[in-house]
Design a protein around this ligand. Structure first.
Ligand SMILES: Nc1nc2c(ncn2[C@@H]2O[C@H](COP(=O)(O)OP(=O)(O)O)[C@@H](O)[C@H]2O)c(=O)[nH]1
Ligand SMILES: [Mg+2]
Length: 636
């Protein structure tokens, strides 16, 4: 069994609500005011079981003042029933609703000419002709046009058959998208608490699910689910769904909010989109213009920034624009929306969301942005993913960032990522996706920076990692920095030590004077043997005391080359002295059966005072030459 949503559309008083009643027996006008005035003000619902096809009807108001409400119901429909009264034929809202359906990307439907009982065959032919003219060249061209009477019931059965037939052709809703229920009603039901309703446009909702109410992010739990007025364990995409929620008051929920899985969607106030203007839009879309945007069941005000060189999108034209919303919305790549003028209100056009988590663009980047956005629109999923990643430049994207922009399920993201990786468009930097281009650039910059450092300071061992990280990765995730460094190391171009990075080929070249200084400094330590001077004394003795920073670098060179060993703090020993002592310890041990030595014994053996004996012993412990046991050491 298949569930589809059928939306009515058409001018006021053309018999939409009467038609739904004739088909289903349900009066979709549920508000007392609607009943009193005999007009539809808000969207209403009814359902019809046609055996293999279950239809959820969304009946919309035709009055021009309530287009806003019409829009809250018109998104997410599978089929439109465009209703035209035989006695009035095509009227302004017939056109406006039909335009809206086209802009929302509705792909299938039929035309119902109502009130057949009021006119003769000749007039009916005229209405048919006008109808055909209206739908020529649109998705409805060639669709069934049925003349019926809701009053007499004439041709209502034929209409049901046509709906069943069309319904069976409606493609299954794609399963690779995360659950989304744009909310069109929220109310309190005594004994149950908060209930919301909407068209489940993707995914499924199960009893017991934990969901998130967007854009506020409030956590809610599903206490119960109803589809077509009956309790079910699970609602599926394409069904009119009522959800009983716990953890929230109905008063905190508004039409236009969206129920979604926890942590997947992201509230946003800037989107990039492709806009299609209506041929008869009263004016062009211009930058800084304030508009009403209807997305899902929501209506939000926004400022326009046209992303085209000419600075506007003329009636009948298509173009790119950024919308900056006055309050947060949620949406993903491919979501459709309608744009209406602020005041007086009329429909200007519609759009498709491309980047739903966009940032402001610089004018000089327009060409680049345009190319990117067009790719988002035209390409396949791996390329779309690569395009999002490229747009994130040196920041890269986590998979969750991709999810927020696309609404794809994890499996879809994984599949697209794999293909983008194989194509070489993106790099997986320890979980962060970054474009191959940005990754290579980062590597080049790091290399250049390290090389420049070596040039500036030939005696320095390398550049502090922290400086590099801050300079190039200050605003990107830490994974990216680690991945770039790891890659450079793997390629063998750089060597990363504890805190510094250097080029592999970097050798510190010494001037003639420096070479002499190094020899003298080494000699000072060699001569001092097991009683080395303090660092400053050593600099003094080797004539380096006038240039201490320089002396330190030379000292570091001696340490790096292994000539000097740091034993404790600023206490350095010449390696030869340590090797001699190690040998002496070995001889001492072989002469003793228990291989033990205490501090006085060690002082005597080494011929040093306690000041040197303790650091030396601790050094030997660390080197596992000795092992401490109480006051004494075992010579290992
Ligand atoms: N004679 C006749 N009147 C109809 C028919 N369908 C609807 N009407 C009447 O037209 C008026 C408007 O109908 P309604 O369904 O409320 O129109 P809506 O505004 O498009 O929902 C009501 O008075 C209906 O009784 C029909 O097939 N024949
Ligand atoms: Mg109505």
């Amino acid at each position: 069994m298949k569930s589809i949503i059928v939306g009515t559309a058409g001018h006021i008083d053309h018999g939409k609500t009467a038609l739904v009643r004739a088909l289903t027996g349900i009066d979709a006008d549920r508000l007392p005011e609607e009943k009193r005035r005999g007009i539809t003000i808000d969207i209403g619902f009814a359902d019809l079981d046609l055996g293999d096809v279950q239809i959820g009807f969304v009946d919309v108001p035709g009055h021009e003042r309530f287009v806003k409400n019409m829009l809250a119901g018109a998104h997410g429909i599978d089929l439109v029933a465009l209703v035209i009264a035989a006695d009035e034929s095509v009227m302004p809202q017939t056109r406006e609703h039909f335009d809206i359906c086209r802009l929302l990307g509705v792909r299938q439907g039929l035309v119902v000419i109502t009130k057949k009982d009021l006119i003769d065959e000749e007039l009916l032919q005229l209405v048919r002709a006008e109808t055909e003219e209206l739908i020529a060249g649109s998705f409805l061209e060639g669709a069934p046009i049925l003349a019926v009477s809701s009053r007499t019931g004439e041709k209502i059965e034929a209409l049901k058959n046509a709906l069943r037939e069309l319904g069976s052709q409606v493609p299954e809703r794609a399963s690779e998208f995360i659950t989304r229920l744009p909310i069109d009603r929220a109310f309190t039901m005594r004994g149950f608490g908060a209930v919301v309703t909407g068209t489940l446009i993707a995914g499924e909702i199960n009893e017991g699910d934990e969901l998130e109410l967007m854009p506020t992010g409030a956590r809610v739990r599903v206490r119960g689910v109803q589809v077509h007025g009956a309790a079910v364990k699970r609602a599926l995409a394409g069904q009119r769904t009522a959800v009983n929620l716990s953890g929230i008051e109905a008063a905190a929920i508004e039409r236009g909010m969206t129920l979604a899985p926890v942590g997947r969607l992201r509230p946003t106030q800037i989107i990039d989109a492709r806009i299609q203007m209506l041929d008869d839009a009263l004016r062009a879309l211009r930058s800084r213009q304030r508009v009403r945007v209807h997305v899902g069941a929501a209506e939000v005000l926004a400022r326009v920034r046209v992303l085209e060189e000419i600075g506007e999108i003329k009636p009948g034209k298509m173009g790119l624009a950024q919308l900056r919303f006055e309050s947060p919305i949620v949406g993903v790549l491919g979501d459709r929306f309608i744009i209406r003028s602020y005041s007086p209100q009329f429909t200007l056009g519609g759009g498709v969301m491309l980047d739903s988590v966009a940032s402001k663009h610089r004018s000089r980047d327009l060409a680049k942005i345009g190319a990117r956005l067009r790719n988002l629109w035209e390409r396949d999923r791996p390329q779309q993913l690569a395009e999002f990643v490229a747009g994130a430049e040196r920041h890269g994207l986590h998979r969750s960032d991709v999810a927020a922009r696309t609404g794809w399920r994890d499996e879809m993201i994984e599949a697209a990522t794999k293909q983008a990786l194989v194509a070489g468009a993106v790099v997986d930097a320890e979980g962060v996706l970054v474009s191959t281009e940005a990754f290579d650039e980062l590597k080049r910059d790091v290399l250049a920076e390290v090389a420049a450092h070596h040039k500036r300071e030939p005696l320095s061992r390398g550049l502090a990692k922290e400086i590099l990280r801050e300079r190039y990765f200050g605003h990107s995730p830490p994974e990216l920095w680690r991945a770039v460094l790891a890659q450079l190391e793997k390629q063998g171009t750089v060597i990363a030590e504890k805190e510094i990075v250097r080029l592999r080929e970097h050798t510190r070249e010494l001037s003639g004077i420096d070479k002499k200084s190094r020899e003298r400094l080494e000699q000072v330590y060699r001569d001092a043997a097991l009683e080395p001077p303090t660092m400053n004394e050593a600099f003094e003795r080797s004539g380096l005391n006038g240039a201490i920073p320089h002396g330190r670098k030379i000292l570091q060179l001696l340490i790096d080359s292994g000539a000097l060993v740091k034993v404790h703090g600023e206490m350095f020993f010449h390696r030869a002295a340590l090797e001699d002592l190690t040998k002496k310890l070995g001889d001492y041990a072989s002469a003793k059966s228990n291989r033990m030595i205490d501090v006085p014994g060690f002082k005597e053996l080494a011929g040093v005072s306690r000041k040197y004996a303790i650091p030396l012993l601790e050094y030997f412990d660390r080197q596992r030459v000795t092992r401490r046991e109480g006051d004494r050491r075992v010579i290992v």
